[in-house]
Write a new protein. Structure first.
Length: 435
């Protein structure tokens, strides 16, 4: 049993793992929509606050709401383009009206979507988990080089910081045990940031300028407005997130050794719908399960929901205390990239471990794995191949998790036909079902 200090420390590690990904969405959207400094400050604080509430909703849960796995929720990057487009054509109240409506639809349609569980035998879940990890690797490598668009992209200093952070994590994993080993990523991030500070790569001006206290309140940008096209667009964004989150649930189910049922999936998606509603209410953005933290659970071996609940509380406090929240923004991008290589690689390893239980001597299973991973990874690495498709189709096809998952499900239905037992085995001990 973990004591309170260790729970808080491990929770803080989860916050640092997802912080950059969560903050980048409001930063990009706020900049594109030309929000002033006060509006940006509110947006960032409200985002952290709502991330925390959404995470607690999912982790603690009830009988009907929440997956009750160690998951962390943050803003989905899929929503960036559509929100900027809607906000540019209309206004922010229309954006948040669309988010509220989409969240309500996700909550109401969760039971229907939960029926897809039978379409995910082991050959499919293993492929999906592998795709999730592989699609995140380019993100880690770009960050390790300094971040896309950075004038110092690929500089020896950035590469050295990333390599040094990764080396610290590996050394701690190799030579230490117990609690120190479980916070290897946190130690790597702290030491890497200190090294970055010594090299003049840490800017503390954001911390100095941030206020000490911020109160998040509903409908900061005004009463919501409704537009059918905006609602439809936002629901497509949320539907993509539902598919991605389902894949993440399976990954965590595998890592934690828990058998997922239809009710579990429905509860998780209902919680996600409520989280999106919270985003609309507090004038932030749609929320989804963060894959980054799956890698952290796998790497540390700490599967306690108490740890992620602590991360949720920390996020809520960061939303109320912007000066503390700003501290986490000082971590150099290259340092985050070095840590991400280990975390995202562990997601890939988990997927491969799942596929090791599949009968790959059977050509049909090989084709399911080969084509789904190939298409999923290709969609992530070369998203511009879909640039001439309609905007909605682009959004779907440019998500490697969506294209890879859809390919795995369809090919499994086609190649491992309904009416016979799939050699892939079962989903967490259940016979595979494909119809």
């Amino acid at each position: 049993m973990l004591d309170k200090k260790r729970v808080v420390t491990l929770g803080f590690q989860h916050v640092l793992a997802m912080y950059a990904g969560a903050m980048i969405v409001p930063l990009i959207i706020g900049g594109a929509l030309k929000l002033n400094s006060a509006q940006m400050a509110y947006l960032l604080a409200a985002d952290m606050f709502t991330c925390g509430l959404a995470t607690l909703l999912q982790v603690l849960g009830t009988r009907y709401v929440g997956i009750r796995l160690p998951v962390v929720l943050g803003c989905t990057f899929t929503a960036v383009g559509p929100i900027i487009a809607i906000g540019s054509r209309t206004n922010l109240p229309t954006v948040f009206g669309a988010i509220l409506a989409a969240g309500a639809l996700v909550f109401l349609l969760a039971p229907a979507f939960g029926k897809v569980l039978r379409l995910f035998p082991t050959v499919v879940t293993g492929s999906v988990v592998t795709i999730i990890g592989l699609s995140l690797i380019p993100v880690a490598m770009n960050n390790a080089a300094g971040g896309q668009g950075s004038p110092t992209f690929g500089s020896p200093v950035n590469l050295g910081l990333a390599a040094g952070t990764l080396a610290i994590i590996l050394v701690i994993q190799r030579y230490f045990t117990g609690f120190l080993r479980s916070i290897a990523v946190l130690i790597g991030l702290i030491l890497g940031t200190l090294a970055g500070y010594a090299l003049g790569m840490v800017n503390l001006s954001t911390v100095r300028q941030a206020s000490w206290v911020n109160l998040v309140h509903p409908l900061y940008f005004g009463a919501p407005q409704w537009n059918a096209g905006a609602v439809a667009t936002m629901f497509v964004v949320c539907a993509v997130s539902m598919v991605e989150s389902t894949g993440v649930y399976f990954a965590l189910g595998r890592i934690t050794g828990r058998e997922l049922t239809d009710r579990d999936i429905v509860g998780g998606l209902r919680a996600e719908g409520l989280a999106i509603l919270l985003g609309g209410l507090f004038n932030t953005f749609p929320y989804t399960t963060f894959s980054q933290n799956v890698g952290l659970v796998s790497l540390t071996g700490v599967r306690s929901r108490r740890v992620v609940a602590a991360a949720g509380v920390i996020l809520v406090l960061l939303g109320l205390l912007p000066k503390l929240a700003a501290l986490a923004t000082t971590i150099p991008t290259a340092v985050l990239g070095g840590a991400m290589i280990a975390m995202f690689g562990m997601v890939v390893a988990s997927g491969l471990s799942t596929l090791a239980t599949v009968d790959l001597r059977k050509n049909e299973n090989l084709l399911v794995v080969a084509c789904s991973i190939g298409i999923g990874l290709g969609s992530s690495v070369v998203p511009q191949m879909f640039q001439h498709l309609p905007a909605t189709l682009q959004m779907l096809c440019q998500s490697g998790i969506v294209t890879g998952s859809a390919t795995a499900v369809i090919l499994n239905l086609f190649l491992n036909r309904a009416g016979r037992r799939s050699p892939a085995g079962s989903v967490h001990g259940r016979p595979a079902e494909v119809s």
